[in-house]
Unconditional design. Structure first.
Lengths: 272, 265
């Protein structure tokens, strides 16, 4: 019996004074590819911050590879949501290199080792051609690859990817998922990837981790994404529709669940 | 020109101040906090005039004022310090206080001109010693801080996950800006701190150099502008600050133009 990559037992996590996740328990096996789904405000980012040790659970324990999570653990790689990058004039290489042992006090000088590490990481995401271009001239998908390269610098065993598909067009979405999936297989990394829409992830996920109403449910897609399961999770009638190969989660009244949450005054994270 | 002691002191002072202004300015521009240094210099004005009134050296009052201001701004965090209304209020309050202090001070006219527009030819040996000490301290702090500061600036969330305390980093940096601003005001005066802190760094940032090279070049360009300002002022009799402002603008426009041509080619 191998140790799970992640183990949540009866975890409660709060943010801004109120509980975002309550009494959540699940186990993520090593090397699995997990899609973290849920509406905005369902706790995807908070979940990641908990795993990174940035938010201490109010109750319960979070174990990462059998040990209690701690802040600054370089085995857990985090790719934050993409926003405008400062320093647009800096080259892609400089940007990635800034993350190489970036937390260590000293001068911003990675040396030959830092440069080699940054180049290797860029190569791993097919972004060597971006190394000498100013970041301001790159497209969203290209910046995404720089962010992914930064995460790979530390050679993590766990990847936490916060909405990597937000603001990408459909072709880039499928590129991104395929790239991440291939990398994860090659390096035997466990991946937690949060997303608004389940469809770009279909066929890649081993499990889906569905967050709703402060609860979380982990399981294979065909077991979790069903009308019965999601209705129980939301505590309100929810229907899963299959159109061709695509899945749609629809609330009573007809609105798509994710989209409807976008319009109810919750902050749209991608625009922050 | 270098036969005169006041010129020797002026060159030394300009060097000590500019070599810190350059790299600190580089981070200011990168972090989008240039307005903070402008506001801090005004708070320093209140400190300096207050110090004059109490019979202390203006540099002491200036550094005290900017440090207190920097600390408060850092503690208030981005939520408040980033708001232009709050910064504007603090800025005018500080200038008003300075005006009040000057009102009670008898040699007001000469002192206020020196504070507002700089008086590098009036720097004494004791002030020079202080500048040297402050510059060494600032460089030491920068040497320690610049790597995690760069990380925190470019990738705040990732840096936080790696164990960088963003809040502490922000406060330490603003205190560094405070010291540098107080130093810079000795050369350019509080109204023109921007020229030596921001202009050279902004020009260098346009060039897209790697961070370490960018920091070095900012220091170099700032020293060049400050020294050239002294030389030009010597031959033309126009104020040093004027020449520094002019060169800051010229270098910035040149860098911008060069990069446009390079990009197109």
């Amino acid at each position: 019996m191998t140790i799970p990559a992640l183990e949540f037992s009866h975890v409660t996590l709060s943010r801004g004074g109120h509980d975002v996740l309550r009494d959540v328990s699940f186990k993520v096996p090593q090397g699995s590819f997990v899609g973290v789904l849920g509406a905005n405000g369902a706790g995807k980012t908070t979940l990641f911050r908990g795993i990174l040790g940035l938010e201490a659970p109010g109750a319960g324990t979070i174990l990462f590879e059998g040990r209690k999570v701690r802040r600054g653990n370089s085995a857990a790689g985090y790719m934050p949501q993409m926003r405008n990058m400062p320093g647009g004039q800096l080259s892609g290489l400089s940007m990635v290199e800034a993350a190489y042992r970036g937390q260590v006090p000293g001068l911003p000088w990675g040396g030959r080792k830092g440069r080699a590490a940054a180049e290797a990481a860029l190569a791993a995401v097919d972004a060597l051609s971006l190394a000498h271009r100013p970041v301001a001239t790159l497209s969203g998908g290209q910046r995404q690859r720089l962010l992914l390269a930064q995460v790979l610098l530390d050679d993590p065993s766990l990847l936490l990817l916060d909405e990597p598909m937000a603001s990408l067009d459909p072709a880039r979405m499928s590129d991104t998922v395929t790239r991440i999936h291939t990398l994860a297989r090659k390096r035997n990394m466990t991946v937690l990837l949060s997303a608004h829409d389940i469809n770009p992830l279909l066929g890649f996920m081993d499990y889906v981790l569905y967050l709703a109403g402060g609860k979380a449910l982990l399981g294979p897609v065909r077991e979790v994404i069903t009308s019965e399961t999601l209705t129980a999770l939301y505590g309100a009638p929810v229907e899963v529709l299959k159109v061709g190969q695509r899945l749609f989660v629809v609330a009573e009244g007809g609105g798509g669940l994710f989209q409807s949450h976008d319009c109810t005054g919750h902050h749209h994270n991608a625009s922050l | 020109m270098l036969h005169y002691e006041f010129m020797q002191i002026a060159f030394l002072a300009a060097f000590l101040v500019a070599m810190v202004c350059g790299p600190v300015g580089w981070f200011l521009v990168l972090r989008g906090q240039t307005f903070a240094s402008h506001a801090l210099s005004h708070v320093g004005f209140a400190g300096a005039t207050g110090a004059l009134l109490l019979g202390l050296s203006p540099l002491t009052g200036m550094a005290g004022g900017t440090l207190a201001g920097g600390l408060l701004m850092g503690l208030a965090g981005e939520r408040i310090a980033g708001r232009d209304v709050v910064i504007g209020l603090v800025l005018s309050l500080a200038l008003g206080l300075g005006a009040l202090f000057l009102h009670f001070f008898t040699h007001a006219a000469g002192a206020s001109a020196a504070l507002l527009f700089g008086d590098i030819f009036g720097v004494s040996w004791s002030v020079l010693t202080w500048l040297a000490a402050l510059s060494m301290l600032s460089l030491a702090v920068l040497g320690f801080l610049s790597r995690p500061l760069l990380f925190a600036t470019l990738q705040p969330e990732l840096a936080e996950a790696r164990g960088v305390n963003l809040r502490v980093m922000g406060i330490l940096f603003l205190m560094l800006v405070a010291i540098t601003t107080a130093e810079c005001a000795q050369v350019t005066g509080i109204l023109l701190v921007f020229t030596l802190m921001v202009a050279p760094a902004a020009a260098v940032l346009r060039l897209g150099l790697p961070p370490f090279a960018g920091l070095l070049c900012s220091a170099l360009l700032a020293v060049t502008e400050a020294w050239a300002g002294l030389v030009l002022s010597w031959y033309t009799n126009a104020p040093v600050s004027f020449w520094i402002v002019l060169m800051g603008g010229v270098f910035f426009v040149t860098a911008e133009t060069v990069m446009r041509v390079v990009r197109r080619a």
